[in-house]
Design a protein around this ligand. Structure first.
Ligand code: NDP
Ligand code: OXD
Length: 315
């Protein structure tokens, strides 16, 4: 017996199970917490936010599959078994994230919040509109998601740069990396898009000191933040302070240190903040069940698993 166990918090496992069984009817697919069966029969866990310590209970586990692109919901578990930890890299998820990033870059670029406010007051007034080619977008995290978004934004005409841990070369995109590259990257960036993973090195990186370094006197006349990476990258109080003092003119936030965003957070009602409920790049079981099953098949044929994370780097 080589069973797959679905472990998820906040998502409906029945939908995932149905997809797995539709694609691989002969597989044994179980659901935590009610239908785990004999823990010794679990070979693969497919997880989204499992309770810490749970995965250590399966003595014959061969691989763990994160059902999201991010793995911080797993790497924070001090008892995480030392088996390969695989993350999602899938065209469906990437396309969804790129939609989100492009939507929010354009929303700030085309001043949609301002025009919506004018509409409520029945005000017919046109504001100066820079061309995309005058506006500098900077993407922190030039990985699978950041790179796709960068390429689409460049195609629309924005001046796009990317920032990563190690050096990269991407046609049509200016690249910066490492601590030495950060200052120059921020100094040229008017719309900062964050698609970094949450690791010890990135926690709290979106703080007031960093936000103050963004370019405020560019074509847009202010700096904007779009965070669809992880909530633990951002300091909510610092974003509010940056909006207050003018370091930021607006923000789109999909992720928060505490999710759901507490009802009392002043971010909810800030006129220049757009809030979405961590759905920038949702994991759709119709696309991802197949992705995971293909990986398991590769593994069972003796081929290397793809997109195994580097435990030391944390992503
Ligand atoms: P990747 O691992 O492909 O890319 C991560 C990028 O971040 C890489 O370019 C990496 O640099 C860079 N990076 C990591 N650490 C640092 C650092 N300390 N300093 C500078 N750059 C750093 O991940 P994905 O693009 O697939 O996903 C990114 C994140 O997006 C996920 O980890 C997840 O948190 C988030 N996400 C959010 C979703 C949502 O719905 N809001 C949906 C899906 C993902 P290098 O290239 O040098 O390795
Ligand atoms: C992910 C997410 O990591 O949805 O994929 O946040």
């Amino acid at each position: 017996m080589s069973a797959i166990l679905l472990v998820m918090t906040g998502w409906d496992p029945a939908e995932w199970q149905a997809q797995f069984l539709a694609l691989a009817p002969r597989r044994e697919v179980r659901i935590w917490p009610d239908r785990v069966g004999d823990p010794a029969e679990i070979s693969y866990v497919c997880a989204w936010k499992p309770p810490p310590g749970l995965l250590a209970q399966f003595p014959h586990l061969k691989a763990i599959f994160s059902l999201g692109a991010g793995v911080d919901h797993l790497t924070g578990d001090p008892l995480l078994p030392a088996v390969p930890l695989v993350r999602v890299v899938d065209r469906d998820l990437t396309a969804r994230m790129t939609e989100y990033v492009v939507l929010h870059v354009l929303l700030h670029h085309r001043r949609l919040r301002l025009y919506q406010a004018q509409q409520r007051e029945r005000v017919w007034h046109e504001h100066a509109q820079p061309a995309a080619s005058e506006v500098a977008v900077g993407i922190m995290g030039l990985g699978v998601l950041g790179r796709d978004a960068a390429e689409v934004l460049a195609r629309i005409g924005f001046r796009v740069a990317g920032f990563s841990r190690t050096g990269k070369s991407v046609a049509g995109i200016e690249t910066f990396h490492g601590e030495n590259g950060l200052e120059a990257f921020l100094a040229r960036t008017e719309i900062l898009v964050c698609l970094l993973p949450h690791t010890p090195a990135t926690e709290g990186i979106l703080n007031l000191t960093l936000l103050r370094k963004l370019k405020r006197d560019g074509a847009l006349g202010g700096a904007y933040l779009i965070n669809a990476g992880r909530g633990m990258l951002q300091v909510d109080a610092d974003i509010l302070a940056a909006l207050e003092e003018g370091a930021l003119a607006g923000a789109s936030l999909d992720v928060f240190p505490s999710e759901p965003l507490p009802r009392e957070s002043p971010l909810w009602t800030h006129p220049n903040v757009v809030i979405t409920p961590h759905n920038a790049g949702v994991s759709d079981p119709r696309a991802l069940a197949n992705n995971v099953l293909m990986q398991i098949e590769r593994f069972e044929r003796g081929l290397p698993l793809e997109h195994v994370i580097d435990r030391k780097a944390g992503y």
